[in-house]
Ligand binder design. Structure first.
Ligand SMILES: [Zn+2]
Length: 335
């Protein structure tokens, strides 16, 4: 039976009988047709402007997307969060969901950056943290399959709901690092560890410093993740979890996981007033190479120098990164 027929019959049981990636597509089509705001915002996505800023061997993409103003300008300090109602607990009545394992639900994001854009939320209202949720990220990435990339923003690294645990996922191959990965791994990184099951890269010459894992073994990824977090805890703020964003995709029976350790939530220019303010709040997508600007001003202003400066300001210094790398390698060799 065609997808269209399923939707028209509103035979929602069919959604729950299908494989997870099929359920996602069914949910998406039905939400787009049945939820006006959602349909309108996905149609508006055809109008967004994109520009490319070329660097040596790769480029950064910029998307001018006015609908993202709510997220970019979100006040996520503790006081503001306490005062507002949780928008992931108080969903619009039009919102439908597809369950993922026992603890999470997948929803269509009505303020998209990608042709398909999802939010995967914990059923319970619990704080945003990767601690205890990394295995779910691996499972989710694998279940979503070839067509999607999953990402995570730490509570002080771009998550607009730091009080409610969630991941996001978008259409694959729209974030430059995915297409750049093989080139970045071979030419812009140090392979700091490699065996028959896992490669660990320190990405150093890609404007921002990152740690990447490549493996088909869940156990080895969990182990490497633990080493990364333990090492980062020593140089990042000790409160809750160390600051980071994560990008994750699964192709050809392998996960690629990119950790972006952070030293700052937002660049100083974000907090300037009037003319001097630059309203860019970098999170996983932006640091993956697709920078979102909700205002035309920043879309036009962004150039090589400004991108380089914003990336430099919010990610790890060379000194801290050296420490992180050495600590990971030492801990692997001493296991
Ligand atoms: Zn909530």
């Amino acid at each position: 039976m065609a997808l269209k027929d399923l939707i028209n019959r509103k035979d929602t049981n069919k959604i729950f009988d299908s494989e997870f990636d099929t359920k996602i597509k069914l949910l998406f089509s039905s939400q787009k047709t049945e939820w006006e705001l959602c349909g309108k915002n996905y149609s508006a996505l055809d109008q967004v402007r994109i520009k490319e800023i070329p660097f040596d061997g790769f480029s950064i993409h910029v998307q001018f997307n006015p609908n993202r103003i709510i997220s970019t300008s979100a006040d996520t300090n503790e006081e503001a969060i306490k005062k507002r109602e949780c928008f992931l607990c108080n969903l619009p009545f039009e919102q439908s969901r597809v369950p993922f394992n026992k603890r999470f639900d997948l929803l269509v994001n009505p303020y998209p950056i990608f042709k398909e854009h999802y939010t995967i939320i914990k059923k319970k209202h619990q704080p945003q943290t990767i601690i205890g949720n990394f295995e779910t990220l691996l499972d989710l990435t694998k279940s979503m399959g070839n067509d999607y990339t999953v990402f995570y923003n730490g509570p002080r690294c771009g998550a607009s709901a730091p009080d409610h645990m969630h991941f996001q996922a978008g259409s694959s191959n729209k974030i430059p690092i995915e297409n750049d990965f093989d080139f970045v791994a071979s030419s812009l990184s140090n392979k700091i560890y490699s065996d028959s099951k896992i490669n660990i890269y320190a990405i150093e010459k890609y404007l921002r410093r990152m740690i990447a894992l490549e493996s088909g073994s869940k156990g080895d990824l969990l182990f490497a993740y633990k080493l990364f977090v333990d090492a980062l805890k020593r140089i990042s703020l000790p409160k809750d979890e160390p600051m980071m964003n994560i990008l994750s995709w699964y192709r050809d029976n392998k996960w690629r996981i990119v950790f972006i350790p952070r030293r700052k939530h937002r660049p100083d220019s974000y907090f300037e007033e009037g003319e001097n303010q630059i309203l860019i709040s970098p999170a996983a997508i932006d640091l993956g190479g697709l920078i979102i600007t909700p205002r035309l001003k920043e879309f036009e202003l962004l150039n090589k120098d400004l991108v380089t400066e914003i990336y430099r300001e919010v990610t790890l210094t060379n000194e801290h990164f050296e420490y992180l790398k050495n600590r990971i390698v030492t801990n692997i060799l001493s296991r």
